[in-house]
Design a protein around this ligand. Structure first.
Ligand code: FES
Ligand code: FES
Length: 903
């Protein structure tokens, strides 16, 4: 067929059944992305004869004789389309994976469409931004500031890859054509607990194009954990690449490598598997019972399915409750949700001309992924190279090694390059999720509101495998309890194996779940005492100089590098009192209420975390910076460049940056646990300072001027009145055998702490259960803002994710442990129309631990959102909703059950 794409003619036939999306990518137009392949996300949006369409829904043959425009064809003669420029000016992206589709839709708007964004953008989802910056872009708001030498810190500078993102030139994990590559597909279990008796491959092997099939008999019998942490002992080694025991619906049974995706899928369907079904258990309380089926015989029969338990007490809660005038006790539960990073997991493995194995993958931790691959396959570390290109979102979901191992296995067995891209359904049924947790909270207080005891019992459903189970459990007993002054604190936590999909790391990391519990409980306690939400928190919240402990007696390395919780509370209170926001819909069925919640999060995990940076001066006087941490939309490349530019008193665009490559960048534990700024950023700041000193040292000798009279400034060194360009200095240094290079490492300790306060005013319809957010206010203490526009974007995105968790996202399972809504049209993440604009404020603080005063930005902001909404709904209706999500049908049902909702 003939087709014109971006003005170029092609004459080629699509495969039978091929959609336009994959056809266009086959022709090399990698700006056309896949978020779902089901018409739900809009990442694949292109124009067909000028009309935007979802190319994943369009059979390729229907595009015959049409003119197709992709993001790559939008700019004319190198001149950006006005909408591309607008997205750049407003920095309307984070990971940028949705951006091409979003721009293709927005660039087609005519007339009044811009005034109807909730409707006209309903087909395009963004998981990162919270849509505020996209709204800004479409309305022509310019946020980006000029890059001025010496003024990088605190400036809203553009992402260095912004131009590549808005033009479709940015290359994500699978945006590459690899000759001779095999495609991997996996057969997944329909049973929650079973033993594989036999797998018959005969019919599957007969499918044309099938090259190899792997089962548990073909993999190294070496246990590991899919979770990545610097200290690998914190996660149980309980997983094989392929296993003969199935422990959840969706677990890998066998893998097929074939010439095409279609052949691999067809072969998966023809594999004949004989299972011996085993009894399954899905509820962690039942899994802890004496006769429950045991999933792993790790801790011996006595421990059953509990693979980590944590118990600790400071002071005596017994005494604390005795001295209390009021005691509140209640169970609060949070739901299992998925990250929904728009780029699904994907990986490509090949053997290079150098004889080494190269792994291009979508991971938050390439160095740890490499370590695991070396361990599983018994490889020499120097023989393998793991790296990321641009990563399309992570949120903790890619702190997991769940694609690389099978691709490597297939590559080692076949010698061919192997690629594997998860479907959206696989993301839901086989990648990790937020741990579902149940927290029983007991609070004691004197009549004036002073807390006398805090007690938690947390049960975490860690699913079939234990990665992150212990660390998230520890986090649930950490900062949410630390946040309040109280001499008596006790916690008991249980991470329990069940036949559910495994839990994993997820923004907020265990603390989100128990933060929901305690922040709802604090409001419930306040109501018993007749106090206000602000009043009870001000009375009890932690202050500088306070003892920073939760339940552990050991001294912690958490310190206040800065403190702004008080400012955050003040700002939220003032904003809620301002009268801004929408008014309650008219009608007596609408009830109105306000709610607030606090959150605090340590910058970094309690175990280990380290990072390094390399920097050098280039012959032309610019800089080259190499950092090991992954950029996945968290903005680390932007902030790292700004930190370096600030130290070197230059412009950020004088610094070229590379990241996340085990060959080319220094070691980094990974981008997770709020460490991108405080650990990797610290390494960058230290390295830049060392390079600055190196330059000044040589300049001082070269000009025979005391070092104290020399400084770097823009593109030059100034020694007293003499100004030498850095290019000139480089030449002089090179002739003298001097190397303008520096390398520094940063290690995480002590750990500073960030704080966030969310306030909402909501209207609740007691007849339909609908919640409308009338006003959303968020205040954050994240230290010095390296890039205010980016900081606000991280908060916007985190808060939007919190709204989704609070109000509509839920993974629904049948009695067999199978997810029944594994698609974006059934598992609803916030769309433009669902996401209220949030007023974002920042405390004026400077952190003494983080680099140049900064601390963690985007993680903790999600934590106070769900409890603030639950508190507002309780305030409006008089009914406490103690479990998530607060969906209309639940609200309607509960209000119906409640005796007397207020009117
Ligand atoms: S990939 Fe086409 S709509 Fe999601
Ligand atoms: S920027 Fe929209 S999905 Fe990441």
């Amino acid at each position: 067929m003939n087709i014109t794409v971006n003005g170029k003619g092609f004459s080629t036939e699509p495969r039978p059944g091929q959609c336009l999306r994959t056809f266009l990518r086959q022709l090399g137009w990698f700006g056309v992305k896949k978020g779902c392949d089901q018409g739900d996300c809009g990442a694949c949006t292109v124009w067909m004869d000028g009309t935007p369409i979802h190319s994943c829904l369009m059979p390729a043959f229907r595009a015959a004789d049409t003119q197709v425009t992709t993001i790559e064809g939008l700019a004319v003669d190198g001149q950006l389309h006005p909408m591309q420029q607008a997205f750049l000016d407003a920095q309307a992206f984070q990971c940028g994976f949705c951006t091409a589709g979003m721009i293709m839709t927005a660039a087609s708007f005519t007339g009044e469409a811009k005034d109807e964004l909730p409707r006209v953008l309903k087909g395009n989802l963004c998981r990162c931004t919270g849509y505020r910056s996209i709204d800004d872009a479409i309305h022509g708001v310019v946020e980006a500031e000029e890059d001025v030498a010496g003024k990088a810190l605190g400036a809203s500078l553009n992402n260095p890859f912004g131009h590549a993102i808005v033009t479709g030139a940015a290359r994500y994990t699978l945006d590459i054509a690899m000759d001779n590559a095999l495609h991997l597909k996996v057969l997944r279990s329909p049973h929650p607990h079973a033993r594989i008796v036999k797998i018959n491959r005969e019919k599957a092997l007969a499918v044309p194009g099938v090259v190899a099939i792997f089962t548990w008999e073909d993999v190294p019998r070496r246990l590991y954990s899919t979770a990545t942490h610097e200290d690998h002992l914190v996660d149980p080694d309980d997983t094989y690449v392929l296993d003969d025991v199935i422990r959840f619906v969706g677990q890998r049974v066998a893998a097929v490598a074939a010439e095409t995706v279609g052949a691999a899928e067809a072969a998966c369907r023809l594999l004949e598997v004989e299972y011996e079904l085993l009894p399954a258990v899905f509820d962690p309380e039942l899994a802890m019972a004496p006769n429950a089926p045991i999933l792993h015989h790790k801790g011996g029969e006595a421990k059953g399915n509990i693979f980590v338990e944590i118990h600790g007490e400071n002071g005596s809660v017994e005494d604390g409750f005795k001295s209390a005038d009021v005691i509140h006790e209640k169970i609060y539960t949070t739901s299992r949700v998925q990250h929904v990073h728009l780029e699904t997991h994907g990986c490509l493995v090949w053997r290079g001309d150098d004889g080494r194995i190269h792994v291009r993958t979508s991971t938050q931790a390439p160095f740890l992924a490499k370590q695991k691959l070396v361990h599983i396959f018994g490889l020499f570390p120097g023989s393998i190279h793991v790296f990321t290109e641009r990563v399309g979102g992570g949120f903790g979901g890619k702190q997991e090694m769940i694609a690389e191992d099978l691709c490597l296995l297939a590559n080692l067995k076949t010698g061919r390059p192997v690629t594997w891209e998860f479907t959206r359904e696989e993301q839901f049924i086989a990648a990790s999720t937020r741990h579902q947790m149940t927290t029983r909270v007991k609070l004691g207080a004197r009549r004036d509101g002073t807390l006398t005891a805090i007690q938690f019992r947390v049960v975490s459903n860690t699913g079939a495998y234990g990665g992150h189970g212990g660390e998230t459990l520890a986090a649930s007993l950490g900062s949410p309890m630390t946040m309040y002054r109280c001499p008596n604190k006790k916690g008991d936590g249980y991470a329990v194996y069940t036949n559910m999909i495994p839990g994993g790391g997820f923004r907020g990391y265990g603390a989100s779940q128990s933060n929901f519990a305690i922040e709802c409980a604090m409001d419930d306690l306040a109501r018993l005492l007749g106090m206000g939400s602000f009043e009870i928190r001000r009375k009890n919240m932690i202050r500088p100089g306070d003892w920073m402990q939760s339940i552990w007696k050991e001294t912690s390395d958490i310190e206040f590098g800065s403190y702004g919780l008080d400012q955050c509370l003040d700002m939220v209170e003032q904003a809620l009192a301002s009268g801004r926001g929408a008014v309650k819909p008219t009608g007596e069925d609408w009830l109105e209420g306000t709610g607030i919640a606090l959150a605090m999060l340590e910058s970094g995990p309690p175990t280990e975390h380290r990072s390094g940076a390399d920097m050098r001066l280039e012959p032309d006087g610019s800089y080259h910076l190499a950092v090991g941490s992954t950029e996945m939309g968290n903005g680390s490349v932007t902030s790292h460049r700004q930190l370096a530019a600030a130290v070197l008193a230059t412009r950020a665009n004088r610094i070229a940056i590379i990241n996340a490559d085990t060959d080319l960048t220094p070691y980094d534990t990974g981008t997770f646990a709020s460490t991108g700024t405080v650990v990797a950023g610290q390494a960058v700041a230290l390295t830049a300072a060392a390079l600055r000193d190196n330059i000044i040292d040589f300049a001082s000798r070269h000009t025979e001027t005391p070092k104290s009279d020399c400084r770097v400034e823009g593109d030059a060194v100034v020694c007293k009145t003499r100004r030498i360009s850095l290019a000139e200095l480089y030449e002089a240094g090179t002739s003298a055998g001097h190397h303008f290079e520096a390398k520094r490492k940063a290690y995480l300790s002590p750990r500073t702490i960030a704080a966030n306060v969310q306030g909402v005013r909501v209207a609740v319809n007691r007849m339909t259960g609908e919640i409308q957010v009338l006003q959303s206010v968020h205040a954050a203490d994240i230290g010095k803002l390296i890039n205010p526009m980016q900081c606000r974007g991280q908060i916007d995105g985190s808060v939007a994710m919190g709204f989704g968790w609070a109000m509509y996202e839920k993974m629904v399972y049948n009695d067999n442990g199978a997810m029944v809504n594994p698609a974006l049209r059934n598992y609803r993440i916030p769309a433009f129309a669902d996401t209220p604009h949030t007023e974002v404020y920042f405390a004026d603080t400077y952190d003494t631990i983080g680099p140049l005063g900064a601390k963690a930005q985007g993680e903790c902001a999600i934590n106070p959102v769900a409890p603030a909404i639950s508190n507002a709904v309780a305030n409006a209706t008089g009914v406490r909703f103690a479990s998530l999500p607060l969906s209309p049908e639940r609200i309607f049902a509960e209000l119906g059950r409640a005796k007397a909702p207020r009117s």
